[in-house]
Design a binder for this molecule. Structure first.
Ligand code: PBG
Length: 327
C-alpha cells in the first residue's frame, strides 16, 4: 500500500447523500428561472417547434393556460416572444408598436390575469422586420441611431401593457440609455431593463429563428452581435450597459460562454442572467430522444454549470420540465 503524503481525504465529504448535500456549493431552484415562450396570433393554437421537441407556440388563450400551469409549478417569470406572420412584417417593424397587434394585446391580458407573474418582453426589430434583422436596414447596412427611435416606440408600447422587464436583444449601441430615458420621461420608472449585454453572433439561435420564422433575409448579424472569439469586449458592453442604467446584465448563449458569465459576475455588482438558448436545448433533446444521453440528468448538469459559472438567473426552455421534476 502506498503511503499518503498527508492525511487529507476529500472523499470523506462525499461519503453519504446527507454530507454531499451539506457541502453542496451551488443549487438551481425554480426561483432562478425565466421561461421563454412563443406567442401566436389566433385562437386555440398550439404548435410544436420542429427543432425544439416539447416546446410549443401558443395562441393567447392557450398561453394563459400554460402560464397558469407553470405558476402552479412555481415558475414565476416568463419571457414572451411573438411569431409574426409575413404579411405583418415591414421595413420599419410598424406592428411592434401597434397597440392593437396581438402581441401587445396578449401581454396586457397576461398581466391582467396574472398580475403576480413577472413578464419579460423582447426589444428588437427582427420578428416584425421584413429584412429579418434586429435593426433598420438601409443599403445592406444596419443603421444604429435610426433603430433606437423604433426601439423606443416599441419599449413604450410594451411598457404600457404593464409588463415588468424589457429585454433589449438587438445589440444596437446606446440602446439601454436611450430606452431608460424614454421610459422615465413617460412615467415608466418602474419598468426594468434586462440588457442582452454580451450577445454573441452564434449558431445556437437557429431553432429560435425557426420558431419565429425570423432568420435574416440576407447576410448575418456579425456587425451588431459580438464575435465569439472575444472576451474582453464583453467588459466594454457590461460597463456601458451599467452606466446606461441596466438592472440586469445578460450573457447569451450560455453553455459555450460560461467563461463570459464568470467574467461579468466577477466584474459587476448587478445580477447576471444567462440565456440557455434554443440550440442548447435542441442539442440535449435530440441526443436524449436517440437514447444517447440521459436528458434529465444532462439538463440538470447544464443548468448547474451556469449557476456555478456565476449566473443568478437562467432563461431556459427547460424551465417547465425542471419545475415538474423538482416539484
Ligand atoms: C432576436 C433574438 C434572438 C434570440 C432572442 N432574441 C435570435 C437572434 O438574435 O437571432 C435567440 C434566443 C434563442 O436562440 O433561444 N433579437
Amino acid at each position: 500500500m502506498s503511503q499518503f503524503i498527508n492525511s487529507r481525504r476529500p472523499r470523506r465529504n462525499r461519503k453519504s447523500e446527507a454530507i454531499r448535500a451539506m457541502v453542496e456549493e451551488n443549487r438551481v431552484t425554480v426561483d432562478d428561472l425565466i421561461f421563454p415562450m412563443f406567442l401566436l396570433d389566433g385562437k386555440n393554437q398550439k404548435i410544436e417547434v420542429g427543432s425544439m421537441p416539447g416546446i410549443f407556440r401558443f395562441s393567447t388563450d392557450l398561453m394563459l393556460k400554460e402560464i397558469e400551469e407553470c405558476l402552479k409549478l412555481g415558475i414565476r417569470a416568463f419571457d414572451v416572444f411573438p411569431a409574426v406572420e409575413d404579411q405583418h412584417k415591414d421595413k420599419t417593424a410598424t406592428k411592434s408598436y401597434d397597440p392593437n397587434f396581438f402581441y401587445l394585446r396578449a401581454l396586457r391580458e397576461i398581466k391582467k390575469q396574472f398580475p403576480e407573474a413577472c413578464i419579460m418582453t423582447d426589444i428588437a426589430m427582427d420578428p416584425y422586420s421584413s429584412d429579418g434583422h434586429d435593426g433598420l436596414v438601409k443599403d445592406g447596412k444596419i443603421l444604429n441611431d435610426e433603430t433606437l427611435e423604433i426601439l423606443g416606440k416599441m419599449a413604450l408600447a410594451q411598457a404600457d401593457t404593464g409588463i415588468d422587464i424589457l429585454g433589449p436583444s438587438d445589440m444596437m449601441d446606446g440602446r439601454v440609455g436611450y430606452l431608460r430615458d424614454v421610459l422615465d420621461k413617460n412615467g415608466f420608472m418602474e419598468v426594468s431593463i434586462m440588457s442582452y449585454t454580451a450577445k454573441y453572433a452564434s449558431g445556437f439561435y437557429n431553432p429560435f429563428r425557426d420558431a419565429l420564422d425570423s432568420a435574416p433575409k440576407f447576410g448575418d448579424k456579425k456587425t451588431y452581435q459580438m464575435n465569439p472569439a472575444n472576451r474582453t469586449e464583453a467588459l466594454i458592453e457590461a460597463q456601458l450597459d451599467t452606466e446606461e442604467g441596466a438592472d440586469f446584465l445578460m450573457v447569451k448563449p450560455a453553455l459555450a460562454y460560461l467563461d463570459i458569465i464568470r467574467l461579468l459576475k466577477d466584474n459587476s455588482s448587478l445580477p447576471i442572467a444567462a440565456y440557455n438558448v434554443s440550440g442548447e436545448y435542441s442539442m440535449i433533446k435530440a441526443a436524449a430522444l436517440r437514447g444517447w444521453l440521459d436528458g434529465e440528468r444532462v439538463m440538470k448538469e447544464t443548468l448547474l454549470s451556469m449557476k456555478r459559472a456565476g449566473a443568478d438567473i437562467i432563461l431556459t426552455y427547460f424551465a417547465k420540465e425542471f419545475a415538474s421534476l423538482t416539484n
